[in-house]
Design a protein. Structure first.
Length: 64
């Protein structure tokens, strides 16, 4: 049996995660993620050589 404090902390954590998702991805994407039943496909990292970066500066991700 969970104590009321433990349950409140778990619920607050769930709310915090949902709000963070909304902030990062936007409201519509967060809603899709919350209601999706199938697992999401994770984008694989793309390997880029230093020669490619030297030729095309757009391959360098922006620093936020």
């Amino acid at each position: 049996m969970f104590s009321p404090t433990t349950r409140a902390v778990e619920e607050a954590g769930g709310v915090a995660v949902a709000k963070l998702r909304e902030y990062v991805m936007g409201e519509q994407e967060a809603d899709k993620m919350a209601t999706a039943s199938e697992p999401k496909v994770v984008q694989q990292p793309v390997l880029v050589s230093m020669d490619d970066v030297a030729e095309d500066k757009s391959l360098i991700p922006p620093i936020s």
